[in-house]
Design a protein around this ligand. Structure first.
Ligand code: SF4
Length: 298
């Protein structure tokens, strides 16, 4: 494959002020519900996320609020060393009870499993290797990082059980740079999505949260051209607390500075969803129902 994520991704691993200290994992799978109802577990190979999206709701969760020592979101990423060993124990127990098919795992909800640290630690890869041995009923990998291309063969080996969710919130690079300056560019993400589908992976593009975009037709056609399932989400429907978590971030201030209108409005996200629904039918989903639709198909 000619696509080379390592050469393209701005994964910010050279800054010296970042806390990258490893933390021992006390477990692998975490039971889940709420927004991810339908999934049985989440899996977080890292604590923290160097992508540091302005709107990230994880900033409001206890994993960040009680982080020691206190640090800004984005200024730490702890590899959860030993996670593969913990996961092996858990999967062995589940296999003995013949319960692997009942697993629906979301990797990850509070970090990006393919941020730059993965290049060094390969914890997400270690988990994927275990899933070859203990295949779960459903594994959804959520990322915005082209680094995932390094594991395409492992993902494909899981067949219909595994989906790659790839985040693409807008088609406007200026919007991406304003709210998520440390994330891979739109062009890098589109290249990774195209590489994934060419490789034969099952891909969902998650427009989550839907940020200001050019026009319904332009962004919509760009999404259609990828031949993937699509999920469209908004801050209010998608942050798990009807927008309260987003309100605690600087997202509103950025919207005001840029004259982007009310960040709470779902009008443009809905317009994009409805345009796509006409053309994709059940292959497009809205917010929570979209994220959990795959769990209904098991
Ligand atoms: S990539 Fe995901 S987990 Fe990381 S900062 Fe952005 S929204 Fe949060």
């Amino acid at each position: 494959m000619s696509f080379q994520p390592s050469a393209q991704a701005p994964l910010l691993e050279n800054s010296s002020s970042i806390d990258r200290s490893p933390r021992q994992a006390s477990g692998g799978l975490t039971k889940t519900g709420g927004f991810l109802a339908g999934f049985t577990h989440t899996l977080q190979p890292y604590i923290g996320c160097r992508f540091a999206c302005e709107y990230c709701y994880v900033k409001g969760l206890s994993v960040h609020r009680f982080h020691q020592p206190p640090a800004n979101w984005g200024d730490y990423v702890h590899p959860r060393i030993g996670i593969a060993e913990q996961l092996r124990k858990e999967l062995t127990r589940l296999a003995a009870r013949n319960e692997l098919d009942q697993l629906a795992i979301f990797m990850s909800s509070a970090t990006d499993p393919y941020q730059g640290a993965e290049r060094q630690w390969r914890l997400s890869r270690a988990c994927l290797d275990l899933f070859q041995e203990f295949p779960p009923g459903l594994l959804v990998i959520q990322t915005r990082s082209p680094l995932v291309v390094d594991d395409f063969a492992r993902i494909r080996a899981l067949g219909a059980r595994c989906w790659l969710n790839f985040t693409l919130e807008t088609d406007l690079e200026a919007v991406r740079q304003t709210l998520t300056p440390h994330c891979p560019s739109i062009a890098q993400r589109l290249a990774a999505i195209q590489a994934a589908t060419a490789f034969g992976l099952q891909v969902q593009i998650t427009v989550s949260p839907c940020l200001p975009y050019s026009s319904v037709e332009t962004f919509g056609q760009q999404l259609l051209a990828q031949h993937c399932r699509v999920i469209v989400d908004s801050f209010v429907s998608g942050d798990g607390q009807a927008g309260k978590r987003t309100a605690a971030t600087a997202t509103g201030a950025r919207y005001a500075e840029q004259a982007w209108g009310d960040w709470r409005s779902e009008e443009r996200a809905r317009a994009l969803y409805e345009w796509l629904e006409i053309r994709l039918g059940e292959r497009v989903g809205w917010s929570q129902a979209g994220f959990t639709a795959l769990t209904q198909r098991q």
